[in-house]
Ligand binder design. Sequence first.
Ligand code: FMN
Length: 341
Amino acid sequence: MRIGPYSLANQLFVAPMAGVTDRPFRKLCKQLGAGYAVSEMVTSRPDLWDSLKTSRRANHEGEDAPIAVQIAGTDATMMADAARYNIDRGAQIIDINMGCPAKKVCNKWAGSALMQDEALALQIVQAVVAACSPRGVPVTLKMRTGWAARAKNAPAIALAAESAGVAMLTIHGRTREQGYKGQAEHDTVAHIKSRVSIPVVANGDINSPQAARDVLARTGADAVMVGRAAQGRPWIFREMAHFLATGTELAPPTRSELKTWMLAHLHEHYDLYGEHTGVRSARKHLGWYVQSFGAGGLGEAFRHRINGATTCDAQLTAVTDLFDDWSEAPATDHSPWKMAA
Ligand SMILES: Cc1cc2nc3c(=O)[nH]c(=O)nc-3n(C[C@H](O)[C@H](O)[C@H](O)COP(=O)(O)O)c2cc1C
């Protein structure tokens, strides 16, 4: 699997998710088997580039190559400037966001709303490619299947984007109209894959090793991208990698592994956000962890404790205590996943 000059470790990608796939989480996903990660979207508005939020998103310290940054916006010149700005800050691949359904983005005609204006979408793609290609930086495009059920125009945009020099396409198998409702379909991905010669990535509801195998087989896609199923479960990538390589399921992680990953994640998280913001923004990750590995009644008490914690130390201690308590808990309180001891 290649994107321009970069050859990737495998065909398992972690999806960009604003507020989730920050640098610490991307690094953890890559450590646990993801072959590629894209940053959360960065606005193309220069007046916001100096904001703390954007500068954190543009921070790639210690991240493995290739560093891919997603940009979102509505104006071709601004998007080209945003691409150059991020390349100057270490981006090696620029991803254009035409998939986000959020109102904040769509009201300004960015994200998936761009799919409704194919001429503007293409103008943006051309401007970003023109900004990136002299620097040897590939441009990728992430989109939905279309604007609405009656307007599934992803194939047309895909062909135009390929002609304009885009190096890879990712398709989330829902329309903008659907938001996150209903089931993602991957027939559109299969159709696009049969029409273009650049790599195509399938995305949407791929939440297990078996689903990854099935979608790859059914669509002929070059890779799968996993979003929500990786929340609190970054080790899903190594499970998928193992299953694709061997056809057998990998044993669930041990409690000792989980503890090590959670603590390492927290340290890196606090390092990026500082104590005040870090303790608050870590809560969702911690909540997802206990949900994904099913800590039973202990999970409830843990969530209560980490949500009330206001210092890094208090959250770190809560994690350590969770695993200490867990080893003493009665069998009924153990994970439905039957964690190895
Ligand atoms: C919390 C959240 C934030 C997201 N932020 C972005 C984003 O910044 N850029 C983007 O292209 N897609 C974004 N998405 C969409 C995901 O990348 C992905 O396309 C979608 O969740 C479907 O994949 P999944 O079913 O594996 O979650 C976001 C999704 C979620 C749930």
